[in-house]
Ligand binder design. Structure first.
Ligand code: SPV
Ligand code: MG
Length: 437
């Protein structure tokens, strides 16, 4: 009987490298291709630039492929248990212990060993043409029409959309490229970026009081967009005057931002983390609803999201006020709500989420666990949260590191003492590749 050969594709475009694997696979037996699901692809590699159905059709169209299935997890356990292939064939790029995929190879080896199956490593095809295809794929994902809708797609696909602050090209690259191997060997990465008013202002040495104007914020967004593909959520502060907001949402929508979050405050906005220590005025429900409705009316796509941020818990107005406001904002057209808290204990936020979800099971909920930082993503997801924003940790990590190096340069009058704390330039260059994305 013909041997069974299995290979998994996590690609939107079939190129010479894949065809080479299929050719090698055919020499060994009947070939089944597993197409990695969207959910697994976004953690493993990058967001798919075409649908699962299209990827399945592409795999089916390859000569010599007998069978196409969907692989739902980046680990092969279920597929191997179901298919019991004699061989799993893969490019040898996963044999390098430093490679993020190495743990996957080890897992496959363990699964196959249970019944005598074997891994076949095919020399990885390094080819400028393949590299070019890969670059074109990434560039496509950076285009406004792909990037803008991606946040809505991620909300559907992910248990929780992990979002990290970015305020420059470099921090954008960290958000884009940081991939870690979890304890269980699976890979993970951030899904989206938050352009924080606090961090964007801080990077410019300015206070977070809506002083950094929209032109400057757009400049920051453009720097990030130049070198990334992941979706962007803009911290839109209060949204400003409604008459200006309607223009600004159109600009953001056109350039490919996915969402703006505006908060229900008026007058000189101060950062929420000051809470009631500084004077802050909450907008009326009517005014804020009118601003949301005007913004929604100005949009030209169904993709861009206007998310309403409620400051009732920050300003100690109580749970009922927070719930009343959020439901009203949704009624006015908000595509999501953000609820914020300054409490160390996440109980207040979780109580809000449970109560909100009791009457609204669908509207996306966003939270920013800066103060209540003991809460985990899975706890938040279990209480109905859709987007978790790590709003300022990169800035707060970089600032003390830079400050202490600056102090020690002054102290020692040479650079040797700080060297062990510095990243070799070679590593930074690897982050900033020629194609930038
Ligand atoms: C920001 O990041 O600018 C925010 C979130 O608005 S917070 O600082 O927590 O208010
Ligand atoms: Mg802000």
């Amino acid at each position: 009987m013909a041997k069974k050969v299995y290979t998994c594709f996590c690609t939107a475009v079939i190129h010479r490298g894949h065809l080479n694997i299929i050719n090698e696979a055919r020499k060994l037996g009947n070939v089944t291709v597993g197409v990695l699901s969207d959910e697994a692809m976004i953690r493993y590699n990058r967001f798919p630039s075409c649908s699962l159905t299209e990827r399945i059709a592409a795999a089916r169209s390859i000569e010599g492929v007998a069978n196409v299935i969907v692989q739902k997890d980046m680990f092969y356990d279920d597929v191997i248990a179901g298919q019991r292939p004699d061989y799993v064939i893969h490019g040898d790029n996963w044999s390098n212990p430093e490679a993020p995929e190495y743990a996957i190879r080890q897992n496959v080896e363990k699964c196959l060993a249970q019944y005598g199956g074997k891994i076949v490593d095919v020399p990885y095809t390094f080819d400028p043409e393949i590299q070019k295809i890969d670059e074109i794929e990434r560039d496509r994902l950076a285009m406004p029409e792909f990037r803008r809708k991606r946040l809505r797609q991620l909300i559907k696909l992910c248990p929780i959309v992990k979002t990290i602050e970015a305020h420059s090209g470099l921090t954008g690259l960290i958000a884009e490229k940081t991939v870690v191997r979890q304890d269980d060997g699976r890979l993970d990465q951030f899904d989206a970026m938050w352009v924080s008013s606090l961090c964007d202002s801080t990077a410019k040495g300015k206070p977070d009081i809506e002083l950094v104007d929209m032109s400057s914020r757009l400049r920051t967004i453009d720097d990030i967009m130049e070198v990334t593909t992941k979706p962007i959520i803009l911290d839109g502060d209060t949204g400003g005057l409604t008459e200006h907001f309607v223009y600004n949402v159109r600009t953001l929508e056109r350039i490919g931002v996915s969402a703006v979050i505006i908060e229900d405050k008026t007058g000189l906005k101060k950062n929420s983390l000051f809470g009631t220590e500084v004077k802050q005025t909450q907008d009326t429900i009517e005014n804020f609803c009118a601003k949301i409705a005007a913004g929604k009316d100005a949009l030209r796509t169904k993709e861009f999201m206007i998310i309403a941020r409620c400051e009732s818990l920050i300003l100690e107005q109580g749970m009922d006020d927070a719930l009343t406001r959020c439901h009203a904002y949704v009624k006015a057209g908000a595509d999501g709500i953000m609820i914020h808290s300054r409490k160390k204990d996440p109980a207040e936020i979780l109580e809000f989420c449970d109560k909100f979800r009791a009457t609204d099971p669908v509207t996306p909920i966003v939270v920013v666990p800066t103060s209540f930082n003991s809460v985990t993503e899975s706890e938040l997801a279990a209480h109905g949260v859709n987007i978790c924003i790590y709003a300022n940790q990169l800035t707060r990590a970089a600032f003390p590191a830079m400050q202490s190096v600056a102090q020690d340069l002054l102290k020692y009058h040479r650079a040797q003492e700080v060297d062990s704390r510095l990243m070799p330039f070679k590593k930074i260059i690897m982050l900033i590749d020629n194609n930038a994305r």
